[in-house]
Design a protein around this ligand. Structure first.
Ligand SMILES: Nc1ncnc2c1ncn2[C@@H]1O[C@H](COP(=O)(O)OP(=O)(O)OP(=O)(O)O)[C@@H](O)[C@H]1O
Ligand SMILES: [Mg+2]
Ligand SMILES: [Zn+2]
Length: 359
């Protein structure tokens, strides 16, 4: 799997998450290391990656502590055999007994390094009782112990724990950031893949680097050495072509009812799934709506897209009437709700199109 091979092993390979990277590097430089961290954020955004990287930097024996990647400590962490980076999956170690056991073990000094780092994944799975049994340890662990709790669901972490950790919120990468990462991987793997194909994969990954890399792996194994363009990527991965949403919206905005219906019939003939199309189209409308207020919010909300895509969004935002946009969002939201029970899945979409494109 490419995503294992291409997990960043140095700070500079990390794409995005600048706020986390900078703060952790600052802590290392000033030697002001916290004893408990919480890495919260969506899946596949780098929580485990940065946890390991931080552990590596903490225990690196080279003077610079970059981490060097070649000292015994760095190598053992990279090979996944370090005794001083303990990764625990809380999904299967969530009870009071598990926490007691952990508490008893942490007293022992690190075997070969300065710190013993406990990276606890899926930390929201730990039961409340187990967390309570663990609070004291979390508050005052032995000086050589550092906890990193990782979770995709910080809302489930109890307040008493939250108040004892330094929290970092990981952001969903933008499509452009995912493209950046995919391009690096593609280059190293010597894949011949077009920019359009990379953009299509990034758009489909919905903010998870891992999903994007898994899709790239699938493309690479499917196509051996041959070149991959957008159309191939779409057919192999079953993606909605990036051109569909702007094309459909162009017809609606021009109140071209025949064109809008023709478009729906075309994609239906190509085997598109009505619900999936509706979902994607609504996401697209949402972007246009946000862009109409302020382009910069798109970036902040993690809705940024590849540049070619963004140009269309900008144009719709500038030229479409707000009222028609709102109408479209309402009509297609209703349509999507009705698709499941409709006798013909595309029927609600056609009605919505006629409504939105009505003169
Ligand atoms: N910020 C990033 N920069 C570059 N690559 C990344 C980044 N985040 C994730 N990746 C890629 O995605 C893969 C999965 O990342 P990671 O395991 O760190 O995600 P996670 O946040 O721990 O997800 P989960 O919540 O599912 O455990 C990595 O192996 C790496 O290839
Ligand atoms: Mg993880
Ligand atoms: Zn090192």
């Amino acid at each position: 799997m490419l995503y294992r091979t291409y997990r960043p092993t140095t700070w500079s390979e990390v794409v995005g998450q600048e706020h986390v990277v900078r703060t952790l590097q600052g802590a290392l430089e000033t030697e002001r290391i916290g004893h408990a961290y919480l890495f919260a954020g969506p899946r596949g955004t780098g929580k485990t990656t940065l946890g390991r990287l931080f552990a590596k930097a903490l225990n690196c024996t080279a003077k610079s502590r970059k981490p060097c990647g070649s000292c015994d400590s760095c190598v053992s962490i990279e090979e996944g055999r370090s005794m001083d980076l303990i990764e625990i999956d809380a999904a299967s170690n969530r009870t009071i007994d598990d926490m007691r056991e952990l508490r008893e073990n942490i007293g022992a000094a690190p075997t070969a390094s300065k710190y013993k780092v406990y990276l606890i994944d899926e930390a929201h799975m730990i039961t409340k009782e187990a967390f309570n049994a663990f609070l004291k340890t979390l508050e005052e662990p032995p000086a050589h112990v550092i906890f990193i709790l990782a979770t995709t669901d910080a809302a489930k972490i109890i307040p008493t724990v939250l108040s004892r950790v330094q929290r970092f919120d990981f952001k969903k990468p933008t499509q452009q950031q995912i493209v950046t990462k995919l391009a690096t991987v593609a280059k190293q793997e010597k894949l011949k893949i077009s920019d359009g194909a990379l953009a299509a994969v990034a758009a489909a990954a919905d903010g998870a680097f891992r999903d994007a890399e898994v899709m790239l792996t699938k493309l690479a194994s499917h196509l051996g050495g041959s070149a991959i363009d957008e159309a191939i990527a779409q057919s192999v991965l079953g993606l909605v072509p990036l051109s569909w949403h702007p094309k459909f919206l162009t017809a609606l905005a021009a109140r071209d009812r025949a064109g809008a219906l023709r478009f729906l019939h075309e994609i239906q003939a190509q085997g598109a799934d009505a619900d999936q199309f509706a979902k994607g189209f609504l996401e697209y409308l949402r972007r246009v709506m946000v862009a109409k207020i302020d382009m910069s919010i798109l970036e902040q909300a993690g809705l940024a897209m590849a540049d070619t895509q963004l140009a269309h969004v900008r144009e719709f935002a500038a030229n479409m009437e707000g009222a028609q946009l709102v109408k479209a969002i309402q009509a297609f939201t209703d349509a999507r709700n009705r698709i499941r029970t409709a006798p013909i899945a595309f029927f609600p979409l056609e009605l919505a199109a006629l409504e939105v494109a009505a003169p």
